[in-house]
Design a protein around this ligand. Sequence first.
Ligand code: AMP
Length: 188
Amino acid sequence: MNLLVLGPQGAGKGTQARRISEAYGIPHVSTGDMFRALDDSTELGRKVKAIMDAGDLVPDDVTVAMIQERLAQADAENGFVLDGFPRNLAQADALDAMLGAIGRTLDAILFFDVPDDIGLQRALSRAAIENRSDDTVEAITRRLELYHRETEPIVEHYRATGKLIPLHAERSIDEVWDEIDDALKVVS
Ligand code: AMP
């Protein structure tokens, strides 16, 4: 199964993507996790860290190349759950092209919609727990602004494919999981 989780920060995408990964035996591919894992003693690592700390987006060419390489690895042969990518229309087009070139398509796009105030609140409480250096109020606000401007338009791009599955993402983790599991049983 080739899956995508889509939605603003604090919507619970990462939590549910990890659960999907375990339950369905497909890798959780998170661009945020991959960027955080870069060695910041390298020039690329330092550049990416500065961009992330400001809540801005890493350039598309860097991001798309990283994903292309990741999806070509053996563990993604039977599927993947993408988290944090694509984040704008250019990345969505690049993903369609890269999957098309290997005869694959997305099976479902799980859309986590939550009101801004709930997403903000959840992102701020995560900041207190995880100690991520990009979880400052400024970076969180900037990410939300970029989500509305750059990422939200791709919801319509995917709705047009008929494969978008909207979730009630403001519910509890277990309730959202039940919705996802029911939907994926039909897809798979
Ligand atoms: P996340 O963990 O998904 O919130 O991502 C953390 C940060 O990584 C973002 O604020 C961006 O700086 C960067 N990032 C993650 N995914 C992407 C992407 N698809 N395109 C550009 N930048 C990204």
